[in-house]
Design a binder for this molecule. Sequence first.
Ligand code: HGY
Ligand code: MN
Ligand code: MN
Length: 410
Amino acid sequence: VITELRIQPSEMQRLVEALGRYGEQPGGGIVRPVYSPAWKAAQTQLGEWFADTGLEVREDGVGNLFGRLEGQTARTVLTGSHIDTVPLGGRYDGALGVLSALAAVRALKEQAGRPRRSLEVVALCEEEDSRFHANFWGTRGILGLIRAEELDHLVDDDGMTIGLAMRSVSLAPEQYHKAVRPDLDAFVELHIEQGRILYDEQVPLGIVETITGLYRYLTTVEGRTDHAGTTPMDLRRDAVQAAAHMALDITRVVEAEGRPAVVTTGKWDVQPGAWNIVPGLASFSVDLRHPDESTKQRLAVSLQQTCDRIAAQRGVSVRYELASDVQPMAMHPEIQRALIAAAEAHGLAYRSMVSGAGHDSQLMATRVPTGMLFVPSVDGRSHSPAEYTTPEDAARGAEVLATALHHLAY
Ligand code: HGY
Ligand code: MN
Ligand code: MN
């Protein structure tokens, strides 16, 4: 087991800061949605770094970017993460997985030479659903799970279809099916924990056993617009008041369920949105998660029954539009073992754990032996400009990733 691979903390910090500039906002935070100019610039920069490392660079039919270290066989071990971000996201979510994969493969190329299985670094084009409800678009391209009609059906808030957005970065949407990869023997994703377990326990590495299930839908409440001055309170059908009661009550249902159940109503819209009009329409997103599928489904039903009841009481109508229903997924035992062996070879403590965040790996794992390695998030902060992982933790993660990749590819 190769453990003398050294990756410098300062090198990781340099890469993180350089990549974090693409989409960086004046007030802090990164806006880098899939197929945006910032996304394209970040992919171009990664392509240059892949090429400088001596890897064979290729962009596939949906904009995933690969850096390949050719092996003796046609089979491939893939490692990386996503390059898109949430609005005003941090520098580490996704990006650190891509950069750690690059640093690990560079170290292996220089110190271990040609692998038996080919090794590929990937920057997956879209994971965050932050522009389209595209549900792991890059991974779905690789696994052949994109349906042709989605190219015209998925639209962003400006009404642009994902197909047109692909054209805007010189991709041919009709070529999406060429992204399919039948040659993958393993996928390993390094990612920041985005929670505070490793940080609180002062443990440098997390080995993911299961990734939580996600159930996401839009709740739309329809009341009646009225004059804000002349309409008595008892005659109103105020969509915001009804939606607010719904949001409070579904939160209470999930709090009563207890950890690790979570629910978030993060994105709201109110129409017509004037100070002097009783709002006739209110919509809010529901992001419900649980690592057990039957519990997740039971809670989803309970939340909608709660909203139905409030709608009836308050004389408004309510409807639900499903955006994604993703299963919880166990990581492959063999890949977990490779990661544990690597941590032990480096004499580092680790902790097996459940991921409360969703990841490409939970979909990749449905068809490819997959594992995830977590590094600590300071104060557990993520999906925020405050997101931070120390250069030392980042470098250690990349070294352990390199050792695990050596086990899988050499
Ligand atoms: O929402 C998530 O858990 C992931 O960061 N997309
Ligand atoms: Mn994220
Ligand atoms: Mn992520």
